[in-house]
Design a protein around this ligand. Structure first.
Ligand SMILES: [Fe+2]
Ligand SMILES: [Fe+2]
Length: 292
C-alpha cells in the first residue's frame, strides 16, 4: 500500500485548486503577448540597483556600456535559472497530473501549461539576443536539482522548496515591475507576465504548505526551519549572486567580482529587502527561519 494522498482527503484544498484553475482560464500564450520588437540593447535590462555589483566603487566607475552589458547578462542568467527550475517542476507536475482528486489534477495541468509558457518565453528571449550561451548555462546548484527530482511530491519539504523556488525569483520580477523607468520594455513585460502567473502558483504553494503544517508539531517546525535556511541560502545564491564566469563573459576587467558581490553590504541589503515579505510569511506560518 502506498502513502495516503493527502490532497485527496482535503475537500477545502480541492476547492482552492478549482478556484485557481478558474483564474488560469482563458490561457494566453505569453510568447505572443510580448512586444518583441521593443527589445533594446541600448537600455538596461535590470534596474541598476538590482545589478549584483551595484554600490561597489570599482563597478560604479566602469563605463556605462559595460555596466549595461552586465545588466543584460545578469537578467539573462536570472531567466536561465528560472528555466532550469521550471524544467524540474514540470517533470514533477506532469507525474502528479495522473493522480489525486480531479480538481488538483486540473490545477496541476494549468500550472504545467503556465510554466511551459514561461520557459518558452525565456527561450524566445535568448533566441532574440546575441548573448554568449556559455555565460547563461553555467551549471546550477546540483543539490537543489537532486532535491527537486527526489523529494516526495506530497512532502512538506517538497512544497517548502517549491514555495521558495517561486517566491525568491518572483521578488526580483516584482522589483523590475516597480522600477521599470528607463528599462528595456521587453524585460519589464516579461517580468510582469511571469509575476502574474506566479501570484497564483505562490498562492497554491502557500495553501499546500499551510495545509501540511497544520499537522506539524513544534519539533517538525524547528527541523523544517533549519532546512528552509539551507534552501533559502541556495536559492538566493542561484538567483541573486551570479558565478564569476558571468562577469568574465560580460566583459568586465579581471577582478574577483563574485567574491566582492558576496560580501558587499549593498548587495546583502538589496537581497534582504527584496526577500523581506517572503521571510515574514514563512515566520507567519510558524517556521523559525534565521535567514539572513
Ligand atoms: Fe514560472
Ligand atoms: Fe510558477
Amino acid at each position: 500500500m502506498g502513502k495516503p494522498d493527502l490532497l485527496k482527503t482535503s475537500p477545502p484544498f480541492a476547492d482552492r485548486a478549482a478556484q485557481l484553475s478558474r483564474h488560469s482560464t482563458p490561457y494566453r500564450d505569453p510568447v505572443v503577448r510580448i512586444h518583441w520588437e521593443r527589445l533594446s540593447e541600448q537600455a538596461f535590462w535590470l534596474p541598476e540597483q538590482a545589478v549584483s555589483l551595484y554600490g561597489i566603487e570599482e563597478y560604479d566607475a566602469l563605463p556605462l556600456e559595460v555596466r549595461r552589458t552586465l545588466s543584460h547578462y545578469e537578467f539573462a542568467r536570472f531567466l536561465s535559472a528560472g528555466a532550469w527550475l521550471e524544467s524540474l517542476f514540470l517533470q514533477r507536475l506532469a507525474r502528479a497530473a495522473l493522480k489525486g482528486p480531479r480538481a488538483t489534477r486540473i490545477y496541476h495541468l494549468h500550472e504545467l501549461r503556465e510554466e511551459a509558457g514561461h520557459s518558452l518565453m525565456f527561450l524566445e528571449f535568448f533566441e532574440r539576443t546575441d548573448l554568449k550561451e556559455a555565460a547563461l548555462d553555467a551549471p546550477f546548484d546540483p543539490w537543489l536539482t537532486m532535491l527537486g527530482r527526489r523529494l516526495p511530491f506530497h512532502s512538506t519539504l517538497f512544497w517548502s522548496a517549491i514555495l521558495l523556488g517561486e517566491e525568491i525569483p518572483d521578488r526580483l520580477n516584482r522589483y523590475v515591475r516597480l522600477h521599470a523607468q528607463g528599462l528595456c520594455p521587453v524585460a519589464v513585460e516579461l517580468c510582469a507576465l511571469h509575476s502574474t502567473d506566479e501570484a497564483r502558483h505562490i498562492a497554491y504553494g502557500r495553501e499546500v504548505l499551510g495545509h501540511r503544517l497544520e499537522r506539524a508539531g513544534r519539533v517538525t517546525r524547528l527541523v523544517l526551519g533549519r532546512a528552509l535556511d539551507m534552501l533559502l541560502h541556495r536559492f538566493v545564491t542561484t538567483f541573486y549572486y551570479p558565478p564569476q564566469s558571468l562577469y568574465v563573459h560580460a566583459g568586465l576587467p579581471p577582478a574577483p567580482w563574485a567574491a566582492r558581490a558576496a560580501v558587499h553590504p549593498a548587495r546583502r541589503q538589496f537581497v534582504a529587502h527584496a526577500l523581506g515579505p517572503t521571510i515574514a510569511r514563512l515566520r507567519g506560518l510558524g517556521l523559525t527561519v534565521s535567514w539572513p
